[in-house]
Design a protein around this ligand. Structure first.
Ligand code: FE2
Length: 346
């Protein structure tokens, strides 16, 4: 496995790059905007293809690199389903998996630091965001934080993981890089409490100043969205109500860009074709599935929120698949107009 821990000295943020092999797909966790050039250089050096950029939660102390990485690599942006960020490509919930080629992480909902905090678990390590830090825990006094929820996330989820499991947090301010579940159980001073009430009292008495970047970072991090407006201005967007009338039309092919897990969870538009977003380049290239189809049908891309499909339209237009368009707002918008959905075919 390729694993890199990168550090932003200004915000004390750890960013993690993961891939199964050189030349393979990669994902990045908690990227910082000022470091995007550095990440892209490393990704090039290791001959990786960035497929997913993930934030463990909406950060208050730095501006996320999600939007910049998406704009420069067309990767998929990922957060938890509770996020208040305007547009991310994919929203995960507990029990789902975060995957790229050869790498699979279990998704664990661990609220308390914020109400959109998630941890990601691999066989030997867990990325805990700001839920569990090394000899500390993330503050719970803003962004819908809640010390009792955090107690539950830590004691009933994270500390139930194997003692030897490595802990990689989103931050450290003292120079520690990694710990284990067993070590934190034994030595983390915040965890030496007997009840959720005792933990809440401890957390509520911290009286920390707000992060320096908070007023800049929180609003910026809520606006990672790709300008779907730009795609609409070019006439390549179809609203959900309009798209409803195209179901079953002989000259239109609905193309679902989502992953299998998203299809199973939310359903698919009847009669649509599955062509996952990471395979788009191959599918629209000469000889590709979508290129052949575009010969006699108008491609109508859709995904969860319209972000991947907007990027797909741009790519299809660039590849001269002229009539391609997308469902603006994705399945989220489709559900709001009571568009029909069925179980994906097996
Ligand atoms: Fe945080």
């Amino acid at each position: 496995m390729i694993f890199r821990q990168l550090f932003d000295t200004v915000s004390g943020t750890y960013t993690y790059l993961l891939a199964s092999r050189r030349g393979g797909e990669a994902l990045i966790i908690d990227p910082v905007i000022e470091k995007v050039d550095r990440y892209l250089q490393l990704i090039r050096e290791l001959d990786l293809k960035l497929v997913k950029a993930v934030d463990t939660h909406l950060h208050a102390d730095h501006v996320t690199g999600l939007g910049a990485l998406r704009d420069r690599t067309q990767c998929i942006t990922v957060m938890g389903e509770q996020t208040k960020a305007d547009v991310v490509s994919m929203r995960l919930s507990e029990g789902e998996k975060l995957t790229v080629e050869g790498v699979s992480l279990d998704v664990l909902y661990t609220p308390g630091h914020t109400d959109d905090s998630y941890s990601y678990v691999m066989a030997d390590r867990v990325f805990t965001g700001d839920t569990l830090l090394i000899r500390g825990t993330g503050r719970t006094d803003f962004q819908n934080g809640d010390p009792r929820q955090q107690y539950d996330s830590i004691f009933n989820k994270l500390l139930k993981l194997p003692e030897g499991m490595l802990v990689f947090p989103a931050h450290d301010y003292k120079g520690d890089t990694v710990s284990t579940i067993g070590e934190e159980k034994a030595f983390n001073p915040r965890l030496q409490v007997k009840s959720a009430d005792e933990y809440a009292t401890l957390m509520n008495s911290l009286n920390l100043p707000n992060p320096k970047m908070m007023d800049v970072a929180v609003p910026a991090n809520m606006k990672v969205g790709l300008a779907q407006d730009e795609i609409a201005r070019r006439g390549w967007a179809v609203g959900a109500a309009e798209a409803l009338k195209l179901v079953g039309a002989a000259d239109v092919a609905f193309v679902d860009l989502r992953e299998t897990s998203e299809r199973e969870r939310h359903g698919v538009i009847p009669g649509s074709l599955h062509a996952p977003y990471p395979d788009l380049r191959v599918n629209i290239a000469p000889g590709g599935l979508l290129r052949a189809l575009a010969g006699n049908k108008r491609l109508l891309f859709y995904c969860a929120f319209g972000e991947r499909s907007a990027m797909a339209v741009q790519a299809a237009q660039d590849a001269r698949l002229g009539a391609a368009c997308h469902l603006q707002g994705g399945i989220d918008a489709w559900k709001k107009v009571q568009g029909p959905l069925e179980r994906p075919p097996r």
